[in-house]
Design a protein around this ligand. Structure first.
Ligand code: XIL
Length: 409
């Protein structure tokens, strides 16, 4: 792709593919380059692979080449993690982190390493990235996050071994149940084995509950069925098998099931609770449940007391809880939105601090600069506003309220 005047010329394998109008992508001095290698609906096709990408500046201009930075960050007493260390029991404050900004943005890196005692890899541990072809693993990005955590005395909450999303195409291709089961078990053994002793916790199963009303009455016991190759092949058993395999691979890691939309009352929570109870009865090594706490719609804003009652229900089963992926978009009304965001986050943190079986509180990212709720389908992309630091990396009201929640505890 070359830029000539206000158009881009696109070439592949020496062949000209066409031109696109430049909507001004260089205006801000930083360019995001994205490519989609998805084969689409047709699962027989392989998609394609980018093997090389070269960027060259016109004479006179320059490109910045980013070298591996120093991972260890300066610590400060005035931070969320310093507060978390004073709670009087093991308690972690975390965020989902991404490897790209860790490498390229020194201010992101400094905050990530000084504010949090735990990190969740936002994408790097997902099968799509770790296990792109059968038997071919790529641990480079994931290992970088682990090294960053280690350099800054942070725990890694690894995410995730078994999910219906972020799967490489090949993992969806097989419909021989026995083969699917072997694929899952091998993936878990290899990946959890690779990180043995390096991660504190795993989301073993992510989002097993169904969004389809039918699943709650048709005998599936509220479990996601058609979308999940794992359920399709093994039924509910896949959950048992996944936890047992993760435990075999890394007996010291704490094993979680992670889910959204279960903070509130309703059949989704009831079904999840019943599932955990069955798992316990069958002796499945599950240690905890993560409540994602994404609050994308006003209806997601629920009384923290309801969340508390669920945390307590789990305590009775001997199960831990955590806030795993919280984010709260600000919405149209800036002032009101800031307040709501701060109240929602601090409300959940407070409950977590008060309930002894609640072990950590994590947001899904920490700055709007790289927030996952950004709308990237439009140009220029609209930045997100759901996290405690804004896009200029300035702390928002939510950050202050989180600090205060610790001080009150
Ligand atoms: C999201 C990431 O933030 C995005 O970058 C990615 O494109 C899709 O996945 N629940 C989860 C996370 O458990 O893994 C998801 O992460 C957000 C919802």
């Amino acid at each position: 792709m070359s830029s000539i005047g206000d158009t881009f010329r696109v070439k592949a394998d020496g062949r000209r593919l066409g031109t696109v109008q430049d909507p001004g992508v260089f205006a801000e001095g930083a360019v995001w380059f994205g490519l989609e290698a998805d084969a689409g609906e047709d699962e027989r096709r392989e998609g394609w692979r980018l093997t090389q990408l070269t960027a060259r500046a016109e004479s006179g201009d320059s490109l910045r080449v980013i070298k591996a930075p120093q991972l260890r960050q300066e610590q400060s007493d005035d931070s969320l993690r310093a507060r978390a260390a004073d709670v009087g029991r093991p308690f972690d404050i975390g965020a989902a982190l991404a490897e790209n900004p860790l490498l390229t943005d020194s201010r992101y890196r400094a905050l990530a390493g000084s504010q949090f005692s735990m990190l969740t890899p936002e994408n790097a541990f997902k099968p799509q990235f770790l296990h792109p072809r059968r038997g071919v693993y790529d641990f480079r990005d994931a290992d970088l996050l682990v090294r960053f955590a280690r350099a800054n005395d942070m725990k890694v909450h690894a995410h995730t071994l078994v999910w219906h999303e972020a799967l490489p195409t090949w993992m969806r291709e097989n419909d021989d149940p026995e083969e699917v089961r072997r694929t899952m078990l091998r993936h878990i053994a290899t990946v959890a084995g690779h990180f043995k002793g390096k991660v504190a916790e795993w989301d073993v199963v992510n989002e097993p509950m169904s969004d389809d009303e039918k699943s709650y009455t048709n005998g599936d016991r509220g479990l996601r069925s058609e979308q999940s190759p794992w359920f399709e092949a093994m039924g509910e058993e896949y959950i048992d098998e996944a936890f047992r395999a993760a435990h075999r691979a890394d007996p010291k890691a704490r094993l979680f099931l992670n889910e959204y939309g279960v903070e509130e009352e309703g059949e989704r929570w009831d079904a999840l609770y019943d599932l955990v109870e069955r798992l316990k009865e069958r002796g499945v090594p599950i240690d905890g449940v993560g409540f994602q706490n994404h609050e994308y719609a006003p209806g997601d804003r629920i009384d923290p007391e309801t969340f508390r009652s669920h945390v307590r229900d789990l305590a009775e089963l001997g199960i831990q809880a955590r806030v795993s992926e919280m984010d709260v978009p600000i919405g149209e009304d800036e002032e009101d939105g800031q307040q709501t965001q701060a109240d929602e986050m601090a409300g959940k943190l407070r409950v977590c601090l008060e309930e002894p079986n609640c072990t950590s509180f994590s947001t899904w990212g920490f700055t709007d600069r790289y927030g996952s709720t950004a709308d990237t389908k439009i140009y220029p992309p609209r930045t997100a506003d759901s996290l405690p630091w804004d896009a200029a990396l300035r702390p928002k009201l939510a950050y202050e309220r989180l600090l205060e929640a610790f001080d009150e505890a």
